[in-house]
Design a protein around this ligand. Structure first.
Ligand code: S3P
Length: 420
């Protein structure tokens, strides 16, 4: 695809619902007693994979526009699926299901696409095995033999909300208390939502205690816009001349707002308004204007708060004066693709001064950028980041696979072009 360019980015838009919250609302709704209406649901491929898997386990789920109705089967109401559960490109579906399925009274096989087959599942299977889980393999396809699980006291090895959530789901079914200690605070949508639904869960800083939970009560969920999708337009507004973009109703849960902190620290003109709480999650409108940006060192405990935004932050760094160092971000290597390698290779193609490091990258920004044929590696966030890069650069650009944006943001291109 030739990347069509806009000359300035002005206007207002709403981004699709939060991916993490959409997955969880379906999964936890399926385990609850009662019916949940989920409004603002993200109808991207990943969340549709979650719906598909739960339908295969006997849960009735209706989709009408972006409202999803889940008719809960209760904590012990999932049925043995008659075929494999296929999770497509979705790491969240795959890893969360590992925790949940370990505790069922039936066996399942989980498989996904070529990217999922390469993503490490040992990080979730190994701690589950400490609870008694019986899982064959550390890569998809995984066979999970449902069994009785035990509580444990566990220090996590990676900062990962997917691993944390898998353990919390397993712990609700275990025969005793489970303590989970995070190494860094990762997104906490699971803790917030499950607690609101009646799970016996306490959070104290990095320590989470989960006690066996007999029953979850269905609740309606209004999903706020995904800050990880809004990030593409926040950065676009900052790097393009003569721009002002307002993104309405964006989730600003503090475990997700590292991008806002980084943009402010790099000198971006960014403001929040209309701050409110929707179904236990903070939301606001975000306005970004053309900005004079400068480089920054980004590392440490902020990384889990912006992990999915690092490719688009790298784009911002290419348009900032001076050096930006991204460190402590090894996790980028095990995303939909190796995002350190992918960003470095694609940026180098168009003349950006960038160096790969073991745990991130160094970008010396503010240099001329020229035409290039970009590769997305089938990664939705790479595709959208490169498209934003092209908007603010001189030259002409192509993208080898525009379709992959469907994973998290099917209307990305039309929303972008609507800003002209
Ligand atoms: C997610 C957690 C993060 C994130 C992913 C969604 C979630 O992954 O990158 O896009 O919904 O829990 P990790 O848990 O691997 O950090």
């Amino acid at each position: 695809m030739n990347i069509k360019k806009i000359t300035s980015a002005r206007g207002e838009l709403t981004v699709p619902g939060d991916k993490s919250i959409s997955h969880r609302a379906v999964m936890f709704g399926a385990l609850s007693d009662g019916t949940s209406k989920i409004t603002g649901f993200l109808k991207g491929a990943d969340c549709l994979s979650t719906i598909d898997c739960f339908r295969k386990m006997g849960v009735k789920i209706d989709i009408e526009g972006d409202t999803v109705t889940v008719y809960g089967n209760g904590m012990h109401g999932l049925k043995s699926p008659s075929e494999q559960l296929y999770t497509g490109n979705s790491g969240t579906t795959t890893r969360l299901l590992c925790g949940l399925l370990s505790a069922q009274n039936f066996d399942t096989v989980i498989s996904g696409d070529a990217s999922i087959a390469k993503r490490p599942m040992g990080r979730v299977c190994n701690p589950l095995r400490l609870m008694g889980a019986k899982i064959d393999g550390d890569y998809c396809p995984l066979t999970i033999h449902g069994t009785r699980l035990h509580g444990m006291d566990h220090k996590m090895e990676v900062a990962s909300a997917q691993v944390k959530t898998a353990l919390i789901l397993a712990a609700m079914y275990a025969d005793g208390e489970t303590k989970i200690h995070e190494i860094e605070k990762s997104r906490d949508h699971t803790e917030l939502m499950l607690k609101a639904m009646g799970a016996d869960i306490d959070v104290n800083g990095l320590d989470i205690t989960v006690r066996p939970t007999k029953r979850l009560t269905a609740q309606n969920v209004a999903v706020p816009g995904d800050i990880s999708s809004a990030a593409f337009f926040m950065v676009l507004g900052a790097i393009m001349k003569n721009s002002e973009i307002t993104i309405k109703n964006v989730g600003i849960n503090p475990t997700r707002t590292g991008i806002i902190d980084v943009m402010r620290d790099m000198g971006a003109d960014i403001a929040m308004s209309n701050e409110r709480t929707v179904t236990g999650e903070a939301a606001a409108d975000i306005t970004v204007k053309s900005s004079q940006l400068h480089g920054l060192t980004i590392g440490g405990s902020i990384i889990p708060r912006l992990i999915d935004e690092l490719p688009i932050i790298a784009v911002m760094a290419a348009f900032a004066d001076g050096e930006t160092v991204i460190k402590d971000a090894r996790e980028l290597k095990v995303k939909e693709t190796n995002r350190i390698r992918a960003v470095v290779d694609e940026f180098t193609k168009c003349g950006i001064d960038i160096t790969e490091t073991d745990d991130g990258m160094i970008i010396r920004g503010g240099k001329p950028i020229h035409s290039a044929d970009f590769k997305t590696y089938g990664d939705h966030r790479m595709a959208m980041s490169l498209c934003v890069l092209a908007q603010a650069a001189d030259g002409t650009f192509t993208l080898d696979d525009a379709e992959c944006v469907n994973v998290s943001y099917p209307a990305f291109f039309s929303d972008l072009w609507s800003l002209e």
